[in-house]
Design a protein around this ligand. Structure first.
Ligand SMILES: *Cc1c(COP(=O)(O)O)cnc(C)c1O
Length: 656
């Protein structure tokens, strides 16, 4: 009996209630709230695996573990990013659809035209997906720098699609915008008053189409509220706006004023802010429309994504849906234009997040745990102190009825043991035994408190104390920079084993050597939570971080020289999936060169050294340099190029 208990490995949260047997897929759906943040794109199937429905169509559902198995077989290395371009297609259909419906509902006499703000995701493949599918909606691009402008110009947009130029514009920027006027529908936005003079000076008489970004009194809500309002970095005051009109009129270029624009910030979580801004901006439009023939009214970005699924005005959420947003924009414009007796403009919106956030997620493996306390039950020996015996008794008899009492006793017993140690009455071994037993009682107590739904603060504290730290093979700084930079919450969950009860609560540390590289805030219905439920580690454990398609792709950095991850792009069609594109992640060599190391020279210098077997060392170096930057446990040859080409061979649909 004693031996049996002694050999039993105890992990956090372990309670032998047989409850695991009763855990159902629906329990996991509720726990991870995948239906709430997934927006119809993500769910869990009856096998307990995460599924993706890129078109929200039940016939296009794909089991992510099926994809992972194929990629493993093709030796693709993890972490990797999965992109589903069809999710972008669906977002474009939904956003455009919402505006079309609002336009017919309010009998708006005018059109809607979308523009993708390039700063949200500059990756060429992503821009191509957006523009290719968005062609039917005259999808355009908004840029904020010279390099972004050149990128946008290289995309060969159809003549109706807009290229909107924002940001600080030097002579080179303005000259490009002017020279490409004949080929593209370019609008140069005056963000700062002084820019108007530069625009007029550098345009050689061929004044480009001009937009004005107006500074509204109303500002956004949430984290980026400061982008709007009177103190915002960009935009013209009312006085400056009138001055621009006066100057353009005086120089005979008032006909070039084509667009009014405002942007009160990203991720506007409260619909009231949108209503306020729309009211103010529509009024400004109507007044200006009476003196200048402005064609476009650009409502900027800010359409929120509900990352935590709480549907509130919390920073990572939104208290409104897409249709409420489009209704507010269209209805307000319609009403105010009618009141003021002016014609309705073409509505332009620059939603970035809402278009691209959903389409990609990171898949990583858990490679171990930190401060792991998988323990074996020590049992008392003759001569052990009374406290050890009592702790042992507490561990054996703790249950849902008596856990409070036993927990309190354990706290007391531990402090008695510490005193005894300090007085020299017990030795190190006994102290260790006591600590272990105390820890094990805590784990059971925490699990029982969770089961009992005990809200007492002492048990919340206890939960933190016994929480585990899993190590995920990824870099937070590279793949989820906003989690670090602005403490944004992203959905995170295991990709499989959802028919099992997740018995471990903990956080996830990445493989950087930075204490900030840890996921310790998770979405919750009542505010952020400090732990995530996960399964005990038993074989490969795959987890996903979701909704990474906005801002994360290019904001990430190379902390600890961990580079871009492997990418696999997937198309799903009637339950069949296939890889439509693969992009190899960075090798060590690529990163070192990026930071000015001459790796060739290093290899040559090693080969030339007076050491034993320099050739072998040089060869090892060569292999390491060509390898992936992430943790690689297997003996497999680490050449992402090779493995991805292999994966790309799966061009035939794979039945799921
Ligand atoms: C950042 C930005 C956007 C995009 O905002 P989202 O919240 O991602 O929709 C749109 N327009 C301008 C001018 C921006 O600076």
């Amino acid at each position: 009996m004693e031996r049996e208990i002694g050999a039993m490995a105890i992990t956090a949260g372990y309670v032998a209630t047989g409850e695991d047997l009763m855990w159902k897929v629906d329990d996991s759906i509720e726990l991870y709230r995948v239906d709430r943040w997934g927006n119809g794109y993500f769910s869990i199937n009856q096998s307990g695996n995460l599924t993706v429905k890129p078109r929200k169509d039940p016939d296009s559902e794909v089991d992510v573990m099926g994809i992972i198995r194929e990629l493993e077989a093709a030796q693709v290395q993890f972490p990797l990013l999965l992109r589903f371009p069809q999710i972008i297609d669906d977002r474009l259909d939904e956003i455009n659809g919402a505006f079309q419906e609002s336009i017919s509902e309010f009998r708006y006499i005018g059109r809607y035209q979308p523009v993708f703000p390039m700063k949200v995701n500059q990756r060429k493949e992503v821009i191509e997906y957006i523009l290719r599918y968005g062609r039917k909606y005259n999808m355009g691009i908004e840029v904020g720098t010279k390099a972004e402008l050149i990128g946008a110009l290289s995309m060969n947009l159809p003549p109706e699609s807009l290229i909107i130029c924002n940001g600080y514009k030097d002579e080179g920027y303005l000259k490009l915008a002017t020279s490409f006027q004949g080929m593209n529908n370019i609008i140069v936005v005056v963000d700062l008053f002084e820019e108007l003079l530069d625009i007029l000076e550098h345009s050689d008489g061929k004044v480009p189409q001009i937009g004005i970004r107006v500074k509204l009194f109303s500002k956004g809500s949430g984290r980026w509220a400061e982008s709007g309002g009177e103190s915002s970095k960009f935009g013209l005051s009312t006085g400056e706006t009138l001055e621009v009109i006066r100057i353009l009129s005086e120089k005979g270029h008032l006909d070039r004023l084509k667009m009014l624009h405002f942007h009160i910030g990203s991720q506007i979580t409260d619909i009231r802010r949108i209503k306020e801004a729309m009211n103010e901006a529509a009024r400004v439009y109507a007044k200006i429309k009476k003196v200048a023939d402005v064609e476009y009214f650009n409502v900027g970005g800010g359409l929120s994504v509900d990352y935590d699924g709480s549907r509130t005005s919390e920073p990572s959420s939104a208290n409104y849906n897409l249709r409420e947003y489009s209704n507010d924009v269209v209805y307000t414009l319609q009403k105010i234009c009618q009141e003021e007796g002016v014609s309705c403009p073409t509505i332009v919106s620059e939603s970035g997040r809402a278009i691209s956030a959903y389409h990609s997620f990171l898949v990583f493996k858990v490679i171990g745990k930190k401060n792991s306390r998988t323990l074996y039950l020590p049992y008392p020996h003759k001569g052990d102190s009374l406290q050890i015996e009592d702790l042992h008794f507490a561990f054996k008899t703790i249950n849902i009825e008596n856990y409070k009492e036993h927990y309190h006793d354990a706290v007391q017993l531990r402090s008695e043991l510490f005193s005894a140690f300090n007085l020299g009455n017990i030795g190190l071994e006994e102290r260790a035994k006591g600590e272990t037993l105390f820890w094990m009682v805590c784990q059971k107590a925490a699990a029982l408190a969770r089961q009992a739904g005990d809200p007492a603060p002492e048990f919340a504290e206890l939960k933190r104390l016994v929480s585990q730290k899993y190590i995920g093979n990824f870099s937070l700084f590279q793949s989820v920079p906003d989690m670090w930079g602005v403490e944004q919450i992203f959905p995170i969950m295991p990709l499989h084993r959802h028919r099992e009860m997740p018995s471990v609560a903990g956080t996830i540390a990445d493989i950087t050597c930075d204490s900030d590289g840890e996921i310790k805030r998770f979405g919750g219905l009542r505010g952020p939570r400090e732990c995530l439920e996960m399964h005990n580690l038993d074989g490969d454990y795959y987890m996903g971080i979701f909704l990474l398609g906005a801002y994360q792709d290019t904001l990430g950095d190379f902390h600890n020289l961990l580079g871009c991850v492997n990418e696999v792009h997937i198309v799903v069609d009637e339950g069949n999936w296939r890889i439509c594109n693969t992009i190899p992640g960075d090798t060590c060599d690529k990163l070192l060169r990026f930071f000015n190391y001459d790796t060739d020279e290093f290899i040559r210098s090693i080969a030339a050294r007076d050491i034993e077997d320099p050739e072998r060392i040089a060869e090892e170096l060569r292999v390491a340099l060509q390898g992936y930057t992430y943790f690689n446990r297997g003996e497999r040859r680490s050449d992402p190029d090779d493995s991805l080409t292999q994966a790309a061979l799966y061009s035939e649909p794979v039945r799921t």
